[in-house]
Design a protein around this ligand. Sequence first.
Ligand code: 26W
Length: 810
Amino acid sequence: MTKQAFTTKTLEDALVAKLALNFSKTPEEATEQEMFKACALVLRDVMAARGVECSRQVRRNQQKQVHYLSLEFLMGRSLMKNAYNLDVLPQLKDALDHLGFKAGDIFELEPDAGLGNGGLGRLAACYLDSMTTLDIPATGYSICYELGIFKQKIVEGQQVELPDNWKDLGAAWLMPKPEEAQAVHFGGTLREFWDDGHLHIVNEDATTVLAIPCDMVVAGYDTKHVNTLRLWDARATKPVDMSLFSRGEYLKAAEEEAMAETIAKVLYPEDNHYEGKSLRLKQQYFFVSATIQSIATKHLDTYGTLKNFHEKNAIQINDTHPALVVPELMRIFIDEAGMDWDEAWDITTKSVAYTNHTVLAEALERWPQPLMQQLLPRIWQIIQEISRRWQQKVEDFYHDPAKTQQMAIIWNGEVRMANLCIAGGMAVNGVSGLHSDILRKDVFRDACGMEPWKFQNVTNGIDHRRWLSEINPGLDSLVCELTGGKDYLLKPLTLQKLDAYADDAAVLERLAKIKRENKEAFALYAKKSQGVILNPDAIFDVQVKRLHEYKRQLLNVLHIITLYQRLHDDPNAITQPHTFLFGAKAAPGYAVAKRIIRLINSLADQIEHDPVCKDKLQVVFLENYRVSLAEKLIPASEVSQQISTAGKEASGTGNMKFMMNGALTVGTLDGANVEMHDVLGDENMFLFGLRADEVARMKREGYVPQRLYSRDETLRRCLDAMRAGFRDGVSYEDLYQRLLFGSGGSPADEYLLLADYQAYCQAEKRMVATYSDTARWNAMSLRNIARSGIFAADRAVAEYADNIWHVPHR
Ligand code: 26W
């Protein structure tokens, strides 16, 4: 281990000093909020000091750096995480205790930094931890949204969105660096002139917004290495007395102020759904331009030239949202560094790599040409030239107009961002084996035919230190004891050693006891936070993730309705108490998703008020699902629902978190469930349903869900009950119609719920039967934990480092 930053005593002293310096208070006088801030500042100081040393080394050794660009970083809470990584968590707990505070209460105070929607944002946060732990010089970049993902309230069964003001306390981790501000220009006109044999292009009368970096330093585990998450805040350039301005400047200043106020205001809450909103494009360019300028400035400081940019920088873009890095790099290389097109293109295409995170057509970004042209005139010019040359290359290669159209960057008045990323990048990767295959064989088939070497796979991973060791201390102790200490924290495959205990009754009992305690702890929390009484004797059967039709929360509901009906037919049908837990935010504009939330709540209410269900069946909708709730729930979960329509979930990462905490998966062969099945086999998970190729075939051959409805009596009864609704009197005719006949332009049962319904019910049945065989269940649970090591983010990040970024790591 590296030397510890604090003993309990020195940490205590540092906290007392911080309280005095910042709040003029003694520990006795300080509020919990002030104490939280003092904790954050004390740890921040240590990390910042290490940051100075790290940057100096990176510069001195001229190391290649990784820049991870993402419009989302779903960091969650940082206090426990940083204390853990700095190896001072026990000291912090003791110090707080000595100073008269409860560590648990202080940790609970911290708001989640919810600067993301779901999987893609949380992945970025996990990778930042791994890059740091692997000693990779890396910086994350995003926007310092004033409001993160909305807070969800459930009022009369329906989702209500409230603003998430995370910065009041959350800003304690941020260090604003106004001296490193970058100016970002929008709109205006282009003036071209020749000078010195060069064509110069200047953007005149642009609206300028200042990008101010707010840096969040993050510590790695068992290393002195630290990295930075650079969050850009927006400010107007001239916050001076507007009355002094001439008319033209006055209007410009007002415009700049308006733009600055809105740009970093709020995270777009759409997940997997593209909307061509101009504010979103402004956010994207603001963030990209500030980031690229910042990288280029630092590079020039060190090397005095941009000609070796690609040798010293790898820029990873998280989905297409930062795709404008491609034309922005070109702009800087050509307009500011005076390179010619070919040289600029060569360097750009050796610097940028693109990760795709979704194959849903409605999530693909296609910006309207007029918007791009008006908002970003120079960038538009560059994209046109990139597009022209790319199209030429495609024509020369394929001589096939259909392929030219498929692969075009500008087509039909739209800029297709994925094609821009493929053209402008050195690598394109999917996030699970199946997903990468679908990209190669289907979504990007033509591009892959032309440049097959670009297409790679990096199966996602999760920060196992957070998602096992930190949130499940009971399991962590057991793992350490059985695998020989803390090795697994840096060598996650060490978890495999647990496999040897699958027949060890004593170990299995201890594992069961840990789960039981976690369930009880969660029940306590659910009571306190939401007033619901959970029965810890029940199976905790959990589906938590964004609400989306392809994730099929509705299939889960259909099965529960069926169980409920079975229970009515035969009150002894259920012997093992079963609790279904849901957590999900719906995009505010996604009406169907919101209806499904309401349906879950209607059903929960019906079951709660039906005496037949008492101690047998329960449904709970957990409000405001977020990182910090996942951290409490996952260690207490026994069943993990990963039931997306095969071919639709790029990877999933929740699936990995549950597996690592010993929950068993009921799932389809989709995303990373496939890799999970590879290591677990049929015997250690509950697989069901159509495979991706079968889904595709069924759609091709014409899928008619009404046939299943008329043929299958159980299914029909279930759907009829849903349609009629429950005791709250709300009808779900709309969802019924959508499944059987389609609605709003969507085909009937687009995601094949009815096709998989029987198989799903059977899988749940197998699961419940297995649950009654406690020893077998516990052995399966242990094997899940044992084989989850491949899903550590350290493994994924090492693959990026080796195969895409070409940077060394520990
Ligand atoms: C433009 C609107 C929009 C917003 C967000 C489109 C697409 C997104 C994300 C790409 C959605 C997302 O989070 N995708 C998830 O990424 C995870 C990390 O790779 C995967 O594990 C999930 O399967 C995938 O749904």
